[in-house]
Design a protein around this ligand. Structure first.
Ligand code: RFL
Ligand code: PHB
Length: 392
């Protein structure tokens, strides 16, 4: 099999890249190791930056998003039993964010791709990317028990944090930066209307809690839990009681309870692999970097990588110049490190330290009070949360 751009991984990064390339006439093939049903069911992100929404529109993949997506004008920070609204449009010159589940983005992109191309192969597991230094990298993959090859002009690894594309970088050419956090998130999905209009990020001595949503009928909630926690140790009543304790405020507010339909534990890690390009192999999304979910940046970063890549391939196709592709790693990493910093700061500011460090606790409160007291401090949070500009 031959193509111009061989894409490993059919998550949001790979699928969106394929769509954007198809729109500018660049041929590509997407190899996805899992089944369509599996990819469409994986519960992940929910909060989209404005630039992410614009990229999905540019890809012609926002018809349902524009109808069902919930536009949010801010978030709530909750601490000391008090609620504080951070008004994004007022602080950023009109920017907003949109709640629309990653599962729905993936469904929309898959439906488009299966109807209009380019080629998308499920249950096609890439084994290795070979010869990234040559003008024709090769992806070896396994399909229906047989090994096949995809010969391309460029290969893009969009295969997530456990992918194989990265392994094709020579060890001496890569530097990996990692920070592990001493806590995880227990996430639940519940068939109950959200108890709030905007996302609530709550800092509490018992630990962090987040109230998010998937639709007017479905709530998504998270609790900080110790590393190593098993979801089975958290029966539904315990989850709701703990959420109640952490979201408690002085004044009127009640958390609605409903049937929990999914429960999972996610560890928290920041990791960046540099560079994001080696020869004709480029990495995008979680394959190159992961952030803790507190800043809602993972999916948005995957999309910004893809926007830069798509601009690079469009330029190459139209003019023969690889100027943007040659700068891809530096351009993307600027934004990656800013999002890594923001996610780290949000995480550190909102989670209880397991060793109960009293000084740390006071620092967290001082940071939160500064954000709610100073327009400048709030504007800095709002600018990062709604998304920094693309460095293009
Ligand atoms: P994905 O989504 O992991 O997709 C990678 C795809 O590659 C496939 N694959 C392979 N295919 C072929 N051959 C191989 N050898 C392969 N190896 C892997 C996989 O099956 C998969 O389909 O990476 P991508 O596309 O880079 O997208 C990244 C996002 O999924 C991720 O950053 C976000 O979900 C992170 N995230 C959030 N991001 C946000 O922007 N806003 C949020 O609100 C947000 N909340 C979250 C999150 C992630 C979470 N978890 C579970 C980690 C909340 C949570 C709880
Ligand atoms: C989610 O809705 O899953 C979500 C929203 C915001 C975050 C993390 C997760 O910061």
């Amino acid at each position: 099999m031959h193509t111009t751009v061989g894409i490993v991984g059919g998550g949001p990064a790979g699928l969106l890249l394929a769509r954007l390339l198809h729109r500018v006439g660049v041929d590509c093939v997407v190899l996805e190791s899992m089944t369509r049903a599996h990819v469409e069911r994986r519960q992940r992100a929910g909060m989209l930056e404005q630039g992410t929404v614009e990229a999905l529109r540019a890809a012609g993949a926002a018809h349902r998003l524009d109808v069902e997506g919930l536009v949010h004008h801010g978030i709530e920070l909750r601490f000391d039993r008090t609620r504080h609204h951070i008004d994004f449009p007022a602080l950023t010159g009109g920017r907003t964010v949109t709640v629309y589940a990653q599962t729905e983005i993936v469904k929309d992109l898959i439906a488009l791709q299966l109807a209009h191309g380019p080629r998308l192969l499920f249950e096609a597991r890439a084994l290795a990317v070979e010869r990234p230094d040559s003008g024709a990298p090769v992806v070896r993959f396994l399909r229906e028990g047989r090994e096949e090859t995809l010969v391309c002009e460029w290969a893009v690894g969009c295969d997530g944090s456990h992918g194989i594309a990265r392994d094709a970088f020579p060890a001496a050419a890569v530097r990996t930066y990692t920070h592990d956090y001493p806590y995880s998130w227990l996430g639940v999905l519940a068939d109950v209307p959200p108890s709030c209009d905007e996302l609530v990020y709550a800092r509490h001595e018992r630990g962090f809690a987040l109230h998010s949503m998937r639709s007017p009928k479905v709530s998504r909630l998270y609790l900080q839990v110790p590393n190593g926690t098993k979801a089975e140790d958290w029966p539904d009543d315990r989850v709701w009681d703990e959420l109640d304790a952490r979201f408690a405020v002085d004044g009127d507010w009640t958390l609605r309870r409903g049937p929990i339909t999914a429960k999972s534990v996610t560890p928290m890690r920041s990791q960046v692999h540099e560079p994001m390009r080696h020869g004709r192999l480029l990495l995008a999304g979680d394959a190159a970097h992961i952030v803790p979910p507190t800043g809602a940046k993972g999916l948005n970063l995957a999309v910004s990588d893809v926007r830069i890549l798509a601009a690079g391939f469009a330029e190459l196709h139209a003019t023969g110049s690889a100027r943007i592709l040659d700068q891809y790693s530096e351009l993307s990493l600027q934004r990656v490190w800013q999002a890594t910093r923001f996610s780290y700061d949000m995480t550190r500011m909102l989670h209880a330290q397991p060793d109960g460090d009293a000084f740390d606790h006071r620092m967290q409160l001082a940071r939160l009070r500064r954000i709610t007291a100073s327009r400048h401090a709030a504007a800095e949070l709002a600018a990062n949360y709604t998304g920094l500009p693309l460095p293009l």
